[in-house]
Write a protein that binds this ligand. Structure first.
Ligand SMILES: Cc1cc2nc3c(=O)[nH]c(=O)nc-3n(C[C@H](O)[C@H](O)[C@H](O)COP(=O)(O)OP(=O)(O)OC[C@H]3O[C@@H](n4cnc5c(N)ncnc54)[C@H](O)[C@@H]3O)c2cc1C
Ligand code: FES
Length: 261
């Protein structure tokens, strides 16, 4: 048995909530052990019908419930979107590393598309500890920005960016970072979204001299460190990268440690 699996809970969890958040589907499962232990940035593997389990970041933890937010894109997410209240879904978690929860000052949370989901849990936990969290949520167009309707409640401030200008600033999430970092005196950036976005955010963070953590969403087959489909190159300083598994050594990495491109 892998170490990750040995530390995770495997459960048949009852569906206790099904809702829409904008373009996305939110599924809440009763999984008390996982709810108790999850830290923001960690993920769960969910059964997806007859296929392999699929990985999803934890979006919300409320009492005994763990919620995930997802985009319906293929067979697995279509199966999950078809679950109704009272159905059972097999869940494994919590898995992987989480974001740092300590902070010497304000944190900027940068999310691309559904990648914003774990940042909502991060903001909740940091704000409960008295740390300010400023969100930058971006996507191609307004409907693809995750949580636009609820973000005001979750972050101390929120800036939206869209490629087509249909919500907030027309442009990329990085376009909002210089001003925001200066205005908030941010001590850290936490980001989750597509790999090119994470590379751009890490580069900008380095230019700004602000530490940056990124949660990657690489393809994962097992989610527990066995299959090595999810590897990410990590700079070693020797010219030859080391390959870390994003399911066990990640998904949260120090942005400056990743060998981007
Ligand atoms: C750690 C982690 C956390 C994730 N969190 C979320 C989340 O909170 N919400 C969410 O909607 N999705 C999330 N994903 C992506 C999610 O796992 C995939 O969307 C899902 O596996 C697709 O399954 P499917 O059977 O519906 O589609 P499939 O038939 O497997 O795939 C259809 C297409 O989706 C794309 N795709 C598949 N997997 C991924 C992936 N990992 N990343 C990007 N594109 C992919 C590919 O283009 C693929 O061709 C996460 C992935 C990881 C690794
Ligand atoms: S998904 Fe199998 S090792 Fe990471």
């Amino acid at each position: 048995m892998s170490a990750a699996l040995a530390e995770a809970t495997v459960a048949e969890a009852r569906v206790i909530g099904v809702e829409r958040v904008g373009d996305y589907q939110v599924l809440s499962l009763r999984a008390p052990e996982i709810a108790r232990r999850t830290i923001p940035g960690q993920f769960v593997m969910l059964s997806s019908g007859a296929l392999l389990r699929r990985p999803f970041s934890v979006f919300r933890v409320e009492g005994d419930a763990v919620s995930v937010a997802f985009d319906v894109i293929g067979a697995g997410t279509s199966w999950l979107a078809g679950r109704a209240l009272g159905d059972e879904v097999s869940i494994v978690g919590p898995l992987g590393t989480g974001f740092s929860l300590d902070g010497s000052g304000p944190v900027i949370a940068v999310g691309g598309g559904y990648g914003a989901a774990p940042l909502f849990l991060l903001a909740e936990r940091l704000r409960a500890a008295g740390i300010e969290v400023h969100g930058v949520l971006g996507a191609a167009r307004a409907a693809r920005v995750f949580g636009a309707d609820i973000a005001d409640r979750i972050f101390d401030s929120v800036t939206f960016t869209t490629d087509d200008g249909s919500l907030g600033i027309r442009g990329l999430v990085t376009d909002a970072l210089n001003d925001l970092a200066a205005r908030t005196r941010a001590s850290r950036i936490a980001a989750c979204g597509p790999l090119p976005m994470l590379e751009a955010v890490s580069t900008r963070a380095r230019e700004l001299g602000v530490p940056c953590e990124v949660a990657v969403e690489e393809f994962m087959a097992c989610g527990i460190g066995v299959c090595w489909t999810c590897v990410l190159p990590i700079a070693t300083g020797t010219g030859e990268p080391r390959f870390d598994r994003s399911c066990t050594e990640g998904p949260v990495f120090d942005g400056s440690a990743v060998a981007w491109g």
